[in-house]
Write a protein that binds this ligand. Sequence first.
Ligand SMILES: Nc1ncnc2c1ncn2[C@@H]1O[C@H](COP(=O)(O)OP(=O)(O)O)[C@@H](O)[C@H]1O
Ligand SMILES: CC(=O)OP(=O)(O)O
Ligand SMILES: [Mg+2]
Length: 397
Amino acid sequence: MMSATVLVLNCGSSSIKYQLIDAHDARVLARGLMERIGEETGHVRHESTEGVVQQDPQLPDHESALKTMLGTLEEHGPRLSDAGVVAVGHRVVHGGERFSAPVRVDDDVERTIDELSALAPLHNPPNLAGIRVARQVLPDLPHVAVFDTAFHQTLPPVAYTYALDREVAAQNHVRRYGFHGTSVAYVTKEASRFLERDPARTNLIILHLGNGASATAVRGGKSADTSMGLTPLEGLVMGTRSGDLDPGILFHLRREAGWSVDELDDLLNRRSGLLGLCGVNDMREVQRLALEGDADARLARDVYCYRIRQYVGAYLAVLGETHAVVFTGGVGENDAWVRSHSIAGMRQLGIEIDHVRNASRGERPRHISPDGAATAVLVVPTNEELEIARQSVALVT
Ligand SMILES: Nc1ncnc2c1ncn2[C@@H]1O[C@H](COP(=O)(O)OP(=O)(O)O)[C@@H](O)[C@H]1O
Ligand SMILES: CC(=O)OP(=O)(O)O
Ligand SMILES: [Mg+2]
């Protein structure tokens, strides 16, 4: 059988995550993280069958980071040529209205991703930087862009339309796009398989709780509503992003306190969420502070869970019949406290938690609701890299 190994790249503003992964059998040949790009010293962690390598080289920009990554693969294995890589799969956050499926990257696709940067300022610029460099250093391989927005192209008009002046909205492409779609697509298939249901007949509420966080209502295997909007700022409380708020707050800060648009953008995207509420953006740190009795951390985690609860209630109403509520992402997969506080007391709505099951850990999909509950509650580990690899292979072969 032909090789199906893909080099998957997820380029963030100061980090690059990579995996060399077999799209057919999900085997990971190597994975790594390059952090602190642009700082005085960077950090590389590379894991393969040969073991773990950690280094602190200088990584002044994405170009040097990707070259260091290729050097690490050459030196510590597996070499790309030996691994039989058939494609490079790139995570791209915003695909706008143009992309509802993965595409082979060419100069024209690059231009569009660049134009969409204004709508995903934390994500598209580093995604694009990674694509540009990777196409230079790996010119002989096909490069595939897989978009976070693609899965949400099935949203109905009632879910994607903001109640704005319709001409202003149309001229400026203002609508809900939704994000985390690659993760939600993967989790939809995994959860349906776990429930032994046909995805086309399965309704789910998927809570992707990572650095960014979102809720999605899936009807018949397709996205029916989602909490992120024109940009990945709307919806749930996140590590550094506010999620939902009254837009009037922006006018107030602009008029009464003289904030500029860039300052407001920075406030909402980088200095709000958990970080704004209690000084740390990592949920493990929030929990540690809360356990020590820190009142800000306690309120931060309560606000975080309360917002999730509001969306679960909203999407139960949107779907009418829900087969499962599914937790995924770093927080969703690991934080039993967040899971139980987000959905406790919903027995009347068919949702219950079994606390022993909720406290257990595992790498595989699992129930955390009691047997016989009307709506299952599941933890399903996401795997965006595998989904990107599968979609890339499907496109190039
Ligand atoms: N054991 C844990 N308990 C609580 N939160 C955790 C745990 N492990 C990871 N997290 C949280 O997961 C978040 C990162 O999620 P992840 O999905 O890995 O992020 P990314 O969006 O970068 O892919 C961080 O807030 C981190 O604190
Ligand atoms: C779109 C988004 O929020 O992604 P992440 O969670 O990786 O920041
Ligand atoms: Mg993520």
